[in-house]
Ligand binder design. Structure first.
Ligand SMILES: *Cc1c(COP(=O)(O)O)cnc(C)c1O
Length: 417
């Protein structure tokens, strides 16, 4: 497929490949402007028809007429478990091992603090350097509560070597949020287990994108995001995984009533629910949960292997089409050059990354910027087509060649980048 001429792959060829791709018709499930090229599904997935309808239904058909009766009549109380059961097959877990609740940050705290209690004789949490900031902040906060615990950060390639008999817990993202580089989920989970440590994975950047098999990998715990590839909507509930072998001994440090074995017995003392249900804390956000649950229709009957394969084909196409221009204009690709080693997005560094991305967004190609100098283009496999990638690459080239990004308006920093 690689051709010496970057633009050698014609738009017609992209269109032909789109027509042949069995995943292409699934893009009709999104309510998204036809003119918009959305390369930001790795940050916030777009609205699906199904999620939109579910929110309308929940508001008008349930909340309105049923009010408090909705907890029973519409089984809102069972919605977190029903949603978790739909996420479970995407991560290689059973429904009993999966909970849908809170944010990634909060779930990470619950699992990490609970993990330390499972390894009381050990004093180190090992984390990969440059981890997504909230993960680091949460673990730093936990270490302040537990002065006997040391948080040790090492570069990704040194993780295995840094595991030792004092390691209680290894925390790592499956895909690096900056570069998209994939970690060896199975190898690291096994290496942690070999020294008696537990593994806790952050699957935010791979759930709904890659085939993940936590149980096959021997992972102990995981958290992940509902609003990225899962398309659950802004601030959608996150999920948490706790392997069955830890169910008996694990205590949730945020021991809320929704994680109690019998919340409506109103007992004075806490007794954990069975399985991952004990990872719940407070009352679930029903409107958000309804959106996430319905968005998961996207994955019915789709093989996860096909998703990552399509995403990699798209990112490779973008990388090839933009390579000469990117080189000429001082961009450095920081994602793995080998598509087999990357997740769903490509990242480039450029000192003027912020205004360049703003100019691209103004031109209808939405990616994102991460401080200090990273621009990211996400290839959400159900959202983006090859012909859109072609147009995005063309637009990128024209923004650079015409210097459109130099307009001072594009340098105005917004709160969310
Ligand atoms: C998006 C993301 C999060 C989000 O955390 P929230 O607490 O749900 O806002 C956490 N970790 C990683 C690696 C992410 O990519």
């Amino acid at each position: 497929m690689t051709k010496p001429d970057a633009w050698g792959e014609s738009l017609a060829e992209c269109r032909r490949l789109d027509r042949e791709d069995l995943l292409t018709p699934l893009s009709r499930q999104f309510l998204i402007a036809r003119t918009l090229i959305y390369l930001d599904g790795h940050s916030l997935g777009p609205l699906t028809r199904s999620a939109s309808a579910a929110v309308q239904r929940t508001v008008r058909g349930e909340w309105g007429p049923m009010i408090i009766g909705g907890w029973n009549e519409a089984d809102w109380i069972g919605l977190p478990a029903r949603t978790a059961a739909r996420i479970a097959p995407l991560i290689g877990a059973t429904p009993e091992e999966t909970a849908c609740a809170d944010s990634v940050s909060v779930n990470l705290f619950k699992l990490a603090a609970g993990a330390l209690a499972l390894r009381p004789e050990r004093g180190t949490i090992l984390m990969v350097e440059g981890e997504f900031p909230t993960d680091g902040y949460i673990l730093q906060g936990l270490a302040r509560l537990r002065p006997d615990i040391r948080l040790k950060t090492v570069p990704a390639p040194e993780l295995t070597q840094a595991l030792d008999s004092d390691t209680a817990l290894l925390v790592s993202s499956h895909a690096d949020y900056r570069t998209g580089a994939l970690a060896d989920l199975r190898g690291l989970s096994q290496a942690a287990a070999a020294v008696g440590a537990l593994s806790l994975w952050d699957l935010s950047h791979t759930t709904g994108l890659a085939a993940i098999d936590l149980n096959e990998a021997g992972a102990d715990m995981a958290v992940g995001c509902g609003y990225k590839y899962l398309c659950g909507g802004p601030g959608a509930p996150a999920f948490a995984f706790l392997a069955r072998r830890h169910h008996a001994g694990f205590l949730n440090p945020i021991a809320g009533w929704m994680g109690h074995a019998r919340p409506f017995d109103f007992e004075a003392n806490y007794a954990p629910a069975t399985g991952a249900d004990r990872l719940m804390a407070g009352t679930p956000p029903i409107l958000s949960m309804a959106a996430l649950n319905a968005a998961l229709d996207l994955f019915d009957g789709v093989a996860p292997q096909a998703l990552l394969a399509r995403s990699r084909a798209l990112s490779s196409l973008f990388e090839r089409l933009t390579a000469p221009m990117a080189k000429a204009h001082g961009f450095t690709l920081v994602s793995p050059a080998d598509p087999e080693r990357r997740g769903g997005h490509l990242a480039y560094t450029h000192p003027e990354g912020y205004p360049i991305m703003q100019a691209l967004i103004a031109a209808g190609v939405v990616g994102d910027f991460r401080a200090p100098d990273l621009i990211r283009f996400g290839f959400s496999p159900l959202v983006v087509s090859r012909s859109q990638v072609w147009t995005a690459a063309k637009t990128f080239a024209s923004v650079m060649e015409n210097g459109l990004w130099r307009d001072p308006a594009f340098s105005q920093r917004q709160k969310v980048t």
